[in-house]
Ligand binder design. Structure first.
Ligand SMILES: Cc1ncc(COP(=O)(O)O)c(C=O)c1O
Length: 454
């Protein structure tokens, strides 16, 4: 297969277009900027969480409200949302089943630190849809991954974990790493020294590389998304995930499929839809529809282990799992309503068709301008791949995207009422989108490409 090379843009054209669009954006968002300036007196960067700045290379709008697929900022600009809060709002804003469940549960009691019947229903529905029998609930997918790592280390008595180039599994010391020249190093600052020492990074879609590592190191857990979604999109080659499963079993390591994103791609997640075998699966993000909620599923053997080593206030110390607000009645009622009434097979089929419409429209736009690009497509996730073929691993995915192009496109689209996906993602179709919304996205995207290349 020929090596991929990054697409070379006319930089001066891109820079000039970006400058024009940023000036327009600033004019359209004066109240947001005033609020941000005032907020700087109380919050670093003038935002309650630094990502709200770092995920956007331009000053973020302050938001007033939202409904369906559209949110409105404090300057009254409306945005058709294709970022859906990085897949934490894939059901759209205010779906009635969720609104009803939240209102009801807040009246009945949001949190008891005790189970409710809804938890039983959520566990049963997930077991049926995904085929993983046992479940534990957390507040975030990061929290779920942390517990999975602890349990895997305890069961196997091993320390190492394997992740894949192009990964993201949350803000966890062990996984916020990249391959450096001298070994694995942290990607960011402030992480505990030494906490990268047990992490190994392997290229995705390369079973030989994985086998080399599993054969030579004491690996507790192989942690991967079934398709990498945090470097735009890398799909598994046919048979690859089955090969990963076979190798983990052969070398006594446990496997976790992190479906924090991909659960929104297919009914039952990719684990259920593709019939994948695994020890753990992690879900989160959109399932809570804005209420913090995530879970991990596990095999029967692991569930029995967790029962045997459940921590006790008065007895012997057990596995380090749990948190005060984990599995709150409110979050669990939201998840139940979502699973029963929004995340239905019919609705998944509908957004898959919309994803195909988006991908096909992008391909037509690229062809009109003779661009040697293609579009990736997996259910409702579609997007721009700036190389002639799709990437097979994280390194190729990096070559197939261009941060300056994405940044400029996002500004251009925001000025025309579309909030595009962040750098690492793609435009994401939500359960609230319609065909007309996809066509609107394509119309603006096509205008952007035309400005850049005509
Ligand atoms: C695959 C995957 N796992 C875990 C996480 C962490 O999710 P959270 O930030 O909700 O903890 C993310 C976030 O983007 C993710 O994409």
């Amino acid at each position: 297969m020929p090596a991929l090379r990054p697409f070379v843009f006319n930089q001066s054209r891109l820079t000039a277009l970006r400058a024009r669009e940023e000036a327009t954006f600033r004019q359209r968002t004066t109240r947001s900027q005033a609020l941000r300036e005032e907020s700087r007196r109380y919050m670093p960067q003038g935002v309650p969480m630094a990502w709200m700045v770092s995920l956007n290379r331009f000053s973020p709008p302050f938001i007033r409200s939202a409904s369906g697929a559209v949110f409105t900022d404090v300057d009254d600009n409306q945005y058709l949302d294709f970022n859906v809060a990085d897949l934490s709002m894939t059901m759209g804003y205010g779906p009635m089943p969720v609104v009803d469940a939240v209102s009801r549960q807040v009246r009945l009691g949001a949190q008891f630190l005790l189970p409710t019947e809804d938890a039983l229903v959520v566990g049963r529905l997930l077991a049926e849809q995904i085929g993983i029998p046992y479940w534990q609930f957390t507040l975030s997918a990061s929290g779920a991954n942390v517990e999975v790592m602890r349990i895997a280390r305890h069961i196997t008595g091993r320390e190492k974990i394997v992740i894949f180039d192009g990964h993201y599994h949350g803000h966890i010391d062990d996984t916020m790493v990249r391959q450096g020249e001298q070994g694995v190093v942290h990607e960011q600052l402030g992480l505990a020294r030494g906490s990268a020492a047990n992490t190994l990074i392997v290229p995705f879609n390369d079973l030989e590389a994985l086998e080399r590592v599993l054969a030579s190191e004491a690996v507790a857990l192989v942690l991967t998304e079934p398709a990498l979604t945090n470097c735009t999109l890398v799909q598994p080659a046919p048979g690859y995930l089955e090969g990963v499963r076979r190798l983990t079993q052969q070398y006594g390591s446990l496997l976790c499929l992190d479906e924090a994103h991909t659960f929104q791609f297919a009914h039952g997640g990719l684990t259920g839809a593709w019939g994948l075998q695994t020890d753990f699966v992690v879900l989160g993000k959109g399932l809570g529809s804005g209420i913090a909620f995530a879970l991990y599923g596990m095999s029967e053997t692991i569930a029995r282990h967790l029962e045997q080593f459940t921590d006790s206030d008065i007895g012997p110390a057990g596995l380090a799992t749990g948190g005060t607000l984990y599995a709150s009645a409110l979050a669990v009622s939201t998840a139940r309503a979502s699973l029963e009434q929004v995340l239905t097979i019919t609705n998944y089929q509908r957004i898959e068709r919309l994803g195909a419409r988006l991908a096909s429209g992008l391909r037509q736009t690229f062809a009109r301008h003779d661009l040697p690009w293609c579009a990736f497509e997996l259910g409702p996730r579609s997007g721009y791949c700036l190389t002639p073929r799709l990437p097979r691993n994280g390194a190729e995915a990096n070559l197939s995207m261009d941060p300056a192009f994405i940044d400029c496109r996002r500004l251009f689209m925001a000025n025309r009422g579309v909030w595009d996906g962040i750098l690492s993602a793609g435009p994401q179709v939500s359960f609230a989108h319609s065909e007309a919304d996809i066509d609107r996205y394509l119309e603006i995207a096509s205008a952007f490409i035309a400005e850049l290349f005509e």
